[in-house]
Design a protein around this ligand. Structure first.
Ligand code: HEC
Length: 126
């Protein structure tokens, strides 16, 4: 009887441990950032271009479409239909940086959110 209790306890402890391990594995590295307040749209030049500058230019600086260099990136994204204004779900730029897509490894989740908000707020050249 005493032995059975111990086995029960061990099973419960292992169960808790495994459950905890599963939960831990699904935690995102960055908490998603809340959307900006209404009317306070995400600035392309101040918020989006710096992501390209620091994370994307190694490859997207002319030969690789889209050209993400400062001063050219907005035009390149629009000319190549990579952004559908106000519709991130249909935008190649956004789809390419989502988890599982090929450009995801170059972006943090905060940067993904910034790009999403910018597109959903009308993808302004602001
Ligand atoms: C190490 C090189 C490299 C880096 C860094 C990189 N890319 Fe790319 N990117 C590529 C290559 C190669 C392709 C074409 C193959 C593909 O679509 O996966 C591509 C394709 C793309 C496409 C799709 C183009 C199309 O024709 O469909 C987008 C959008 C894009 N990258 C955005 C980004 C963004 C935004 C960043 C920075 C956060 C970034 N990339 C960083 C190499 C890179």
């Amino acid at each position: 009887m005493q032995k059975l209790k111990w086995i029960n306890l061990i099973v419960v402890v292992i169960g808790i441990f495994l459950f905890g391990a599963c939960e831990y594995a699904t935690i995102q590295p960055d908490a998603p950032i809340p959307p900006p307040p209404p009317g306070d749209s995400t600035s392309y030049s101040l918020k989006v271009q710096p992501i390209f500058d620091s994370k994307c230019l190694l490859c997207h600086s002319g030969n690789q479409i889209p050209d993400l260099r400062s001063g050219r990136s907005y035009q390149s994204l629009m000319d190549n239909n990579m952004v559908v204004k106000s519709n991130s779900a249909e935008s190649v730029l956004y789809k390419k940086i989502l988890p599982g897509a090929s450009m995801n490894m170059y972006c943090s989740s905060t940067e993904i959110s910034t790009i999403k908000f910018w597109i959903d707020e009308g993808a302004k050249n602001n």
